[in-house]
Design a protein around this ligand. Structure first.
Ligand SMILES: [Zn+2]
Length: 391
């Protein structure tokens, strides 16, 4: 009996100790009405005011005219909540929307919650794309709404990607750089979070065996118990490469995705006209939204407990970059190709410029706990990386 009480008390203590009070308060502000109303707007079931006129977003397909309405809606929503917002135009047709609040202790270190706002379809045949991925976007806006009055030590960012369905184009364009001063510590991507036909509350946490992705996924899983969300999280490693988190993971930025069951209970309406509001499980969606918001809040509030370190190893398809002590080690490149490296600090000062002759390149500037930009250039290759050397 005493023993049981001890277990209960220690479980309770663990939960209370791990909870962040601001996040507990923010979670209480999540409203089903607010969430579903955003979902209705994004699937064209509710009018919104765009440039002074009453509009419906009948489709978010990248080449449908209404895709721009969705983009404007997301921009205005975040602006009205008091965030800094910018549009990241990456092609003639593509535009990501990014909102953020700068952290008061580590402003350069950024935690991001994101979702793609485009959907499949065609210009003539508008799809709702309710689960894929109006659900993820509605949850990101709700996150921005309930977190707007909190100041975090780390910068918190809310991103909406365009043209995911055309091959992760929006996130792939943003991932290498982002704003000049940003160093992304963790990315939580939401893609399809409103379908659960068998009510088993299963949610998939997609991670990769690179960088701190596994720790990030574990933190999200822990948030489910710390904040009493009531879902059944299952980690998949390696997870899906078919969503925007992969644009970050493949560049060795710590990232993960929250999705509904990608296994036996996979949404049969996926990429079909029938991916509509009626086929969403709203109770489940409310919970996945809570999981996402508790996780991003927890990360932005106390990174220390997560222990994420970025970019000590940068893996590319053709080569690996590795920082060991005061050396940059580059493996797998054909050294006869005349490749130049340039390293800058965030003030824009060129610290080192050299042609790669050996696998090991000694860094000849004073390395500290700063963020650096690395450019690799040759006739047929052009890469940019941000990196930070763990001290
Ligand atoms: Zn999707």
């Amino acid at each position: 009996m005493k023993f049981k009480l001890l277990i209960v008390l220690s479980a309770l203590f663990n939960t209370l100790y791990s909870q962040n009070l601001d996040c507990v308060k923010a979670l209480q502000k999540i409203s089903l009405d607010s969430l579903t109303s955003k979902l209705q707007v994004l699937v064209g079931k509710k009018n919104i005011n765009i440039d002074g006129a009453d509009k419906k977003i009948t489709s978010r397909y990248a080449y449908h005219a209404d895709n721009v309405f969705a983009e404007k809606y997301l921009f205005e929503e975040c602006k009205n909540l008091g965030y800094e917002v910018f549009k990241n135009t990456f092609s003639d047709n593509g535009g990501n929307i990014i909102a953020y609040k700068t952290g008061n202790k580590s402003p350069k270190e950024v935690y991001m919650i994101c979702a793609h706002y485009d959907c499949v379809g065609s210009s003539r045949n508008p799809f709702q794309g309710a689960d894929d991925n109006a659900s993820g976007c509605a949850a990101v806006i709700e996150a921005a709404r309930v977190l707007k009055n909190y100041q975090f030590p780390f910068t918190i960012a809310f991103a909406f990607w365009d043209e995911e369905e055309l091959g992760l184009l929006g996130s792939a364009a943003f991932a290498p750089m982002g704003p000049y001063e940003w160093f992304i510590q963790g990315v939580i991507n939401l893609d399809m979070i409103a379908y659960d036909s068998n009510n088993d509350s299963l949610v998939n946490i997609h991670v990769f065996p690179t960088n701190s992705s596994i720790q990030l996924g574990q933190t999200v899983k822990n948030c489910n118990s710390w904040y009493g969300i009531g879902l059944n999280p299952v980690i998949i490693n390696p997870g899906t490469q078919d969503s925007d988190n992969f644009s970050f993971s493949r560049r060795n930025v710590t990232a993960m995705a929250i999705t509904e069951d990608y296994g036996p209970d996979f949404n049969p309406h996926w990429h079909k006209l029938s991916d509509s509001l009626e086929n969403c499980n709203i109770d489940y969606f409310f919970k996945t939204t809570k999981l996402a918001i508790s996780s991003i809040c927890h990360l932005a509030a106390n990174n220390e407990s997560v222990g994420i370190k970025n970019n000590s190893l940068i893996k590319q398809s053709s080569f690996d970059l590795l920082f060991v002590g005061k050396n940059l080690i580059i493996k797998g490149l054909d050294s006869k190709k005349l490749i130049k490296i340039k390293i800058y600090n965030l003030m824009g000062q060129l610290l080192q410029e050299t042609y790669i002759e050996n696998e090991i390149i000694p860094l000849n500037f004073e390395v500290n706990n700063e963020i650096y930009l690395l450019f690799l250039e040759s006739d047929n290759l052009n890469y940019t990386f941000k990196f930070k050397l763990a001290n």
